[in-house]
Design a protein around this ligand. Sequence first.
Ligand code: IMP
Length: 430
Amino acid sequence: MANVVVIGSQWGDEGKGKIVDWLSERADVVVRFQGGHNAGHTLVIDGVSYKLSLLPSGVVRPGKLAIIGNGVVLDPHALVAEIDRLAGQGVEVTPRSLRIAENVSLILSLHRELDAFRESSNAGTRIGTTKRGIGPAYEDKVGRRAIRLMDLADLSTLKDKIERLLAHHNPLRRGLGVAEVDPAAIYEELASVADKVLPYMDIVWRILDGARREGKRILFEGAQGALLDIDHGTYPFVTSSNTVAGQAATGAGVGPGTLDYVLGITKAYTTRVGEGPFPTEQQNAVGDFLGTRGHEFGTVTGRKRRCGWFDAVLVRQTVRTGGINGIALTKLDVLDGLEEIKICVGYRLDGREIDYLPAAQAAQARVEPIYQTVEGWRETTAGARSWADLPAQAIKYVRLVEELIGAPVALLSTSPERDDTILVEDPFQD
Ligand code: IMP
């Protein structure tokens, strides 16, 4: 039985929500393995729109087990708010449908404050984060001073853990000129939510091992995209977790052999939010066209996304670093009506042609795209459910993308509606 990992192959916002929902119908278990509520997935089911940030997309489908793995950073108050919001839409999340790893690290208010402070300072350190406290929470995890979910189950030891955490944070805050944190306030912040989140706590690696042995289908749901990976992305303009498929194993507690198929969600053009290099960015009428047509505004922060042409160099690279077996190509219809379409096929760097994105920050800022221009199509591709519904030029574009990135299109999504999908290869197939 195949297990599938879904990751974004660009800078996030590739349309993972719809594909994960579509795949979750075939899965028994859906697992988040990195990131936190910086993610924003919109699912449209029977015309009803659900916005998820922290919860695995499978949570809206009855009978599926949703899991938040240890690789996630969890804001317990945001979790409760999201569960309440879904309840208001008639979706009940219970400890039977959601399990959370006991060793997941928590995001606290002090992480959010530090994130926001750094982003608002003029020190030239702006990353354009979502200000959810993601980076500072991962710093504390790696710094071995994080408060983890299991710590809420033993309030007698929590005070010591908070002291240990504040021994780092308060001197830092003093140095930054920010008011120190009172340990009692953090204790209260955590104690007040403990009863609401502890019922979901479990030994996730064991549940997943059992599911695997029983031949259940597991879907690993990535957030953000491979170019925001802390190691393989456009550092330092990245998120603070590994977003490539390898992280699905460590972030959930399964061996790498459990990951059978990696599906890279890939938008037919490119977007990014926040700061950082973006070689094919179009700060012109083309960018405006893509942004307006594609409704390119952030699900979490509402920020306008930067837009540009498809960059085959970047996706070819993330096919390699992300271990992508096939892609789901999304938002092809946004290109409908363009007379010509450009695809970046290489870069020029200091007079030299290269076929990869260099790792150095300065070089990433300097690369100039080399474009191949192809003819567009007049007809609409929106809502197509078979290849026969697509104009010949659109099929040519898809074939060129496949050839340039070195991975096949397994799924083609032609509208936000889940049924408007062309299935070429079922990632769950044995
Ligand atoms: P952080 O994850 O909030 O620390 O933000 C770091 C970078 O990742 C910023 O450029 C964010 O805009 C970007 N980012 C974080 N989450 C998402 C997402 O779900 N989609 C797209 N970009 C994201």
